[in-house]
Design a protein around this ligand. Structure first.
Ligand code: 5GP
Ligand code: ZN
Length: 122
């Protein structure tokens, strides 16, 4: 059964609205299950977000029924990295919850690249 916090769309969710096109964004990819767009406040020369069309608040809310869409998001993130010229490497980031700095409660994969990324993160 679908967890109660995961719905097809949430009317008050920023990324649901961006994926639906009711709030504008710079798209880099769109398909039935996912949408990818430029981050409004880029932290690297290349910074995109890949989101599921389904409203999943965070990776902590995902369950086994989301396995396909989660795999899809990672494969799309890698495909976008390739098409955006990140052949020297890139980082995928999924922040979950307040301690990790998640600010938008709709699961998203950050694709960051175009500069050296230090480790460990802050
Ligand atoms: P988080 O901190 O939740 O992992 O990442 C949320 C990301 O969403 C941030 O990098 C932030 O810059 C981005 N963001 C927030 N609001 C908007 C918006 O209205 N449009 C776009 N394109 N990105 C946004
Ligand atoms: Zn949403």
């Amino acid at each position: 059964m679908r967890p109660p916090s995961c719905t097809l769309v949430a009317m008050d969710c920023l990324f649901c609205k961006i994926a639906a096109g009711t709030i504008p964004s710079k798209a880099v990819h769109s398909d039935e299950h996912s949408y990818a767009f430029a981050d409004i406040n880029p932290q690297a020369p290349v910074h995109f977000l890949v989101v599921p069309r389904e409203h999943i608040p965070s990776i902590a809310h995902a369950s086994s029924e989301h396995a396909d869409v989660l795999g899809h998001l990672l494969l799309k993130a890698a495909e976008i990295a390739r098409t955006q010229g990140l052949e020297n490497g890139y980082r995928l980031v999924v922040n979950s919850g307040r301690d990790a700095g998640q600010t938008v409660d709709h699961l998203h994969v950050h694709v960051l690249g175009g500069r050296h990324l230090s480790w460990p993160p802050g």
